[in-house]
Write a protein that binds this ligand. Structure first.
Ligand code: PGA
Length: 274
């Protein structure tokens, strides 16, 4: 609980001091989901740590399972690769069986936390209200949320994509007053593109990126929306197609699932975005 008594600006201010301004950097995030054994986590983390070309222009983040966070965090210590979590709960401590608190994730060395992934929305019934509470808790702990939004195929075919994204963002970000030194990443992930090998067309992605940017400008002061929010693409992003997206005006990077499970493929994206 004590963390809520510490002004958020202090916590996030510390991050800024230790990490500089990352807003101008591209960001590539590996979402390993529930795919790797403890041993495989270590091998992947070691290989990626060794293979990433250190760059001032982009960040690389690995999101292991909760059970491998500590071990992967140890591997990544003093490297340029950062640690992220795949989820976080909305309270700091308490009787919440199976959950993990943002405070603990921060203590384990996490900087980023994926929130509202469509797999959690679909399989676990995570609602926009829950996501909103999680986002607030993550920011209060000095972590950077990676909020996932995206439409189903039916919604795209019915030309409802912009509306779906608007509704998700409005509910997920409700009542969040971003501070100057806080950062949010918003991942546009069309649900039908996740794990399917299909991607949205780059110009369609750019259209959604613009909708997201406009939404953040409507919610927060324009300067803050532009300076504190990065928008990235997810959904079958891989070593063969990342170039089609990264050149888009609003694309600041990728959330990568399948292609992050082979170190050489993930490294090809990371080192290509430089
Ligand atoms: P994918 O997953 O790259 O396998 O489509 C992305 C994600 O779910 O974040």
């Amino acid at each position: 609980m004590i963390v809520f008594l510490i002004p958020r600006a202090w916590l996030t201010g510390l991050s800024i001091i230790t990490n500089g301004n990352d807003m101008n950097k591209k960001i590539i995030i590996a979402n390993w989901k529930m795919n790797l054994s403890p041993q495989e986590h270590l091998v992947m983390a070691e290989t990626i740590k060794k293979g990433v070309v250190v760059s001032d222009n982009r960040e690389v983040v690995l999101c292991p399972s909760f059970t491998s966070l500590s071990a992967v965090g140890e591997v990544l210590k003093r490297s340029s690769v950062q640690l992220g979590a795949q989820d976080a709960f909305w309270d700091e401590v308490g009787a919440y069986t199976g959950e993990e608190s943002p405070k603990t994730l921060r203590e384990l060395g996490c900087r980023y936390v994926i929130i509202g992934h469509s797999e959690r929305r679909n399989f676990l019934g995570e609602t926009d209200q829950m996501i909103n509470k999680k986002l607030k808790a993550v920011l209060a702990s000095g972590l950077r949320p990676v909020l996932c939004v995206g439409e189903t195929l039916e919604e795209r075919q019915a030309k409802k994509t912009d509306l779906v994204i608007f509704n998700q963002l409005t509910k997920d970000l409700f009542g969040i007053h971003l501070l100057d030194n806080e950062q949010v990443v918003i991942a546009y992930e069309p649900i039908w593109a996740i794990g399917t090998g299909q991607t949205v067309m780059p110009d369609q992605a750019e259209q959604v990126f613009r909708v997201i940017r406009q939404n953040t400008i409507d919610l927060w002061p324009k300067l803050m929306a532009n300076n504190n929010v990065r928008i990235i693409y997810g959904g079958s992003a891989n070593e063969n197609n990342y170039n089609n997206f990264i050149k888009l005006e609003h694309c600041a990077g990728f959330l990568v699932g399948t292609a992050s499970l082979k170190a050489e493929n993930f490294l090809a994206i990371c080192n290509g975005v430089n």
